[in-house]
Ligand binder design. Structure first.
Ligand code: SF4
Length: 469
């Protein structure tokens, strides 16, 4: 049975050029990440520390959240608490309305995506301008991000050239990246200068000092908060870390894992409002405290949102961000979607080969693949199991329970090699849509083993027929 994910993936895969280019582009990022990570001898130690610090913090979140808020207030920050997306949006709007804000400049924030803030504010008559280049491109196109760090990674520069011709009046047919970036910079300068308020997300919120830290490569968070008199920060509860020592661990891991850079170009700390200015923190729960109580899945709260799990995921790379039904794609998105609504997002659980590559690269040791495996085991109780897979599982369970029948079936298995193709590759065999079965050998593995034709290392397998690639 097809799922929404598999149908969307099929559409993406149908464009071979796009599929190949998307796959290779993200793999390049993964390779950069590997080179940078391997150059740090204590890399694995850092990953362990990162995991331990996050585990400690999320299991003492009441203490650290309170400490963070107290410190921030002592620094002159106005702290707001939002239990859900609606409250978050209303608080932000309330602050903007109190300052008669007509234009808001934003730097990238997945939390505001989660809360659908832009749509809400635009409906209230506020001009919302995304200032991260990728975010601005997709805002012009009126589409959501397809990746959490590189939101427009699926768009080619030629498309951006055409878009900028229409939106920014750039030269016809000019898709030179430097030219386009300069055009975007000029356009955004005007936005920064005419904005009434600036908004940022938050990579880390430091309980010990009340600081927030924002990591960008374009400096747009700094520009967006330097000119306007009001700065609003959206902070997910899980962004809180205990102290500056912990920050030292994360700043070494984040950019290397995300984009294969030693650090982001800008790592900006904000502590207190400047004279005559206001700094507001909106600390958002929106389901996070429920995740803390979920023994099986609470480790998702360790996530740094670096996207390394997406860049390495063979399914994400080949099926694109829009094939997932939750707004965050890839391995972390599968898990977060299930935590948000298993009924709505269960189809994404099949978008995983269980290759465990995501576990291997995650800088916070989030056990993503284990969690996806657990969600699969829950699918039946959620009423979301694929009926065809259920029938097949029952059949295999029956077969594996009867060794004599199993061995007899194996003996006849080579007959499949001679069956007319349509009897094997048809609508009942979704697996075979993009793959070929290997040929069955005349003898089972056990029989070959007994005859001494295979060894533990498999080196004497020459008598086994070769599989088709
Ligand atoms: S789960 Fe790990 S690898 Fe994936 S985005 Fe979060 S921190 Fe990065």
């Amino acid at each position: 049975m097809s799922t929404k994910h598999s149908e969307a993936a099929k559409r993406f895969i149908a464009n071979k050029e796009q599929r190949t280019w998307h796959n290779e582009t993200l793999w390049l990022v993964r390779e950069k990440r590997d080179r940078l990570a391997m150059a740090v001898p204590e890399w694995e130690k850092l990953r362990e520390l990162s995991s331990e610090i996050k585990l400690h913090t999320i299991t003492h979140l009441d203490k650290y959240a309170e400490q963070f808020a107290q410190k921030a207030e002592a620094n002159g920050v106005v702290v707001h608490w939002a239990k859900d997306a609606k409250e978050h949006n209303e608080i932000v709007h309330g602050i903007l309305a109190a300052h008669n804000t007509k234009k808001l400049v934003k730097s990238k924030s997945m939390l505001t995506e989660e809360c659908h803030l832009n749509k809400y504010l635009i409906e209230q008559g506020i001009d919302v301008v995304e200032t991260d280049l990728g975010e601005r491109i997709i805002q012009f196109m009126n589409i959501p991000p397809s990746h959490i760090v590189m939101p427009a990674i699926h768009i080619k520069r030629q498309e951006v050239g055409k878009l900028f011709e229409e939106k920014l009046g750039t030269e016809t047919g000019n898709s030179d990246p430097t030219y386009l970036t300069r055009a975007a910079r000029k356009h955004l300068r005007d936005q920064f200068l005419s904005a009434d308020a600036g908004m940022t997300g938050c990579n880390f919120a430091i309980a010990e000092t009340g600081d927030i830290v924002v990591c960008t490569n374009e400096g747009n968070a700094d520009m967006g908060t330097s000119f306007p008199k009001v700065h609003i920060v959206s902070i997910g509860l899980e962004k809180i870390i205990p102290n500056l020592n912990a920050l030292g661990v994360y700043t070494r891991l984040l950019a290397r894992s995300a984009t294969g850079q030693p650090s982001t170009t800008y790592t900006s700390h904000f502590r207190k409002p400047g004279e005559g200015r206001e700094l507001h923190y909106v600390i958002v729960d929106n389901g996070r405290s429920d995740i803390i109580g979920n023994e099986e899945h609470f480790q998702t709260l360790k996530c740094l949102r670096c996207a390394a799990c997406m860049n390495t995921c063979p399914v994400y790379r080949r099926s694109g961000g829009y094939s997932y039904t939750y707004f965050i794609p890839g391995p972390i998105g599968i898990n977060l979607g299930m935590l948000k609504s298993p009924q709505q997002y269960a189809d994404n659980v099949s978008a995983c080969t269980l290759c465990y590559s995501c576990n291997n690269v995650c800088p916070a040791h989030v056990n993503l693949a284990d969690q996806i495996y657990r969600w699969r085991q829950d699918l039946d109780s959620l009423g979301k199991a694929d009926p065809m897979k259920k029938v097949m599982s029952k059949g295999l369970k029956f077969l594996f329970g009867l060794p004599a029948l199993y061995n007899t079936t194996l003996k006849f298995a080579p007959l499949v090699n001679h069956l007319p193709r349509f009897t094997v590759y048809n609508g009942l065999n979704a697996w075979g849509e993009g793959r070929e079965l290997p040929e069955f050998t005349g003898d089972s593995f056990t029989a070959l083993w007994k005859k001494g034709k295979v060894t533990k290392s498999g080196k004497k397998c020459s008598t086994l027929k070769k599989q088709k690639p």
